[in-house]
Design a protein around this ligand. Structure first.
Ligand code: PA5
Length: 447
């Protein structure tokens, strides 16, 4: 079995090897604390051995639900936000033909999302599409009370009921939520929706391998077994019982925290395969919500190369020197395409005739790495052997483990997100939500 490869060599011009080695020793202890549940936030560590604890029965149940729905629909609308959205979106985006919707020849249902914003136009345009499509809804919320998905679900549930009737709609709606708490659990039980449980000890941004990610992906026809297998293999590789020197989570966590301590406060996740755009959005939530607290944390940003080399490239090369860059590279594309020769050669590209497009991409990547390192941006490189559910499963578990370890290296709790409540409190006060009368009065005095 092949693994994703991590290369931190281009970090050492910026921090001493001994610095990283020292942090690695602490990271080994942090890894054990995660596994033994002895560190901060230890009631949210269900994700640590999640891949290896998924049972055959759980996978079969999800696949059975998926098959039943696939026969009846063209589209599945996944309603959720944050951790209840980004994992499935990242895999679906990475593993879908970019032009599938326009080609119109896919036998898989298209996976669309709602409840991840409060856009009136977005929902209206979505419903205009759904007027013409056979669809089902997967509504996902761990708390079961989050405003954005709750609004979207109320609207789309009405839409579906008006379209197919209340009884049929119940068969086309799947709920993924807490086992007993929250408005969505009450609704799901009352209406008799097929439902799946998000374990108590798995937080939203670590939940991609629970039904949160697996149910929508299975309905969309993605290979959830390969995803889980990849995560399982990476779980074993990152386990404290495996060789420390071959544990990429320890190495990545130590390298990025060493750079942070040396003043590199912003990490950019760069891809040279733009299908990984949403993988970076998932990564930003994972690291942003886990690290960014108590006045600490590396700010996670992302860029799609080479497109963004023509926009953000200037800043990365010459702006404030607080950046580090982590590059996601795919070793081998899934297709093969070469540049043709041209007799007139008016575009002067014949020097590339016969070369693969991917060869040019790889040279752009190498040239960028050299330029950015020369410009004082340290570089970490992660190579996936290919773009597949299996390697994405490896990558996601690797990022999760490294995130937990890195949080412990900064001595923060990487598994809470207290700061997310501030905007909600103000929004509820401004919307005059019952129970927020005092906050409403206070906020109105400030306007
Ligand atoms: O990581 C988290 O916990 C959050 O980002 C949640 O995933 C997000 O707020 C959605 O919450 P819920 O699933 O309760 O609707």
């Amino acid at each position: 079995m092949e693994f994703i490869k991590l290369d931190i060599e281009k970090v050492f011009g910026f921090v001493d090897k001994s610095e990283v080695t020292g942090l690695k020793e602490k990271a080994v202890a942090a890894n054990k604390a995660l596994e033994n549940k002895t560190g901060k936030g230890n009631d949210f560590l269900g994700w640590v051995n999640l891949p290896s604890s998924i049972t055959e029965d759980e996978l079969t149940d999800i696949e059975t639900t998926a098959k039943k729905l696939q026969n009846e629909i063209d589209v599945v609308v996944v309603i959720g936000i944050g951790g209840s959205y980004l994992g499935a979106k990242a895999i679906a985006e990475a593993m879908t033909d970019t032009f599938a919707a326009l080609k119109g020849n896919s036998e898989k249902p298209a996976v669309l999302f709602a409840g991840q914003n409060i856009g009136e136009d977005y929902l209206t345009e979505l419903m205009q599409l759904l007027d013409q499509k056979r669809y089902s809804i997967v509504v996902i919320s761990k708390s079961g009370t989050t405003t954005e998905p709750a609004i979207a679900f109320r609207i789309l549930k009405n839409h579906l009921e008006n379209k197919v009737g209340a009884d049929k709609a119940k068969e086309l709606i799947v709920a993924v939520t807490d086992k007993s708490k929250g408005a969505l659990r009450t609704l799901a039980d009352q209406e008799g929706y097929k439902s799946y449980v998000i374990p108590d000890d798995v937080g939203g941004r670590y939940s991609v391998l629970t039904p949160v990610g697996l149910v929508p992906l299975a309905i969309g026809g993605f290979d959830i077994r390969a995803l889980v297998q990849g995560a399982q293999d990476m779980e074993a590789k990152c386990h404290s019982s495996a060789a420390t020197d071959e544990n990429p989570a320890i190495e990545y966590a130590a390298a990025r925290i060493a750079l942070y301590n040396a003043g590199k406060k912003i990490e950019i996740l760069a891809n040279f395969e733009n299908k990984l755009h949403y993988l970076a959005e998932w990564w930003k939530q994972l690291y942003g919500e886990s690290d960014g607290k108590e006045g600490l944390g590396i700010y996670p940003g992302s860029v799609d190369f080479t497109a963004d080399l023509h926009s953000m490239g200037q800043y990365i090369q010459e702006g404030e020197r607080t950046l580090m860059e982590t590059v996601l590279s795919i070793a081998k594309p899934n297709y093969s395409l070469t540049i043709p020769s041209d007799e007139a050669n008016l575009d002067s590209l014949n020097y590339l005739a016969g070369k693969h497009i991917d060869y040019v991409n790889k040279m752009a990547e190498l040239g960028t790495q050299i330029a950015h390192v020369d410009g004082n941006v340290p570089n970490i490189r992660i190579e996936l052997p290919a773009l597949s559910e299996y390697y994405l499963g490896q990558l996601m578990y690797f990022f999760e483990k490294a995130c937990g370890i890195g949080g412990y290296l900064m001595d923060i709790n990487p598994f809470n997100q207290p700061g997310v409540e501030a905007y909600k409190k103000n929004m509820f006060a401004l919307l005059e939500k019952p129970g927020f009368e005092e906050e409403t009065k206070m906020i109105k005095d400030r306007l």
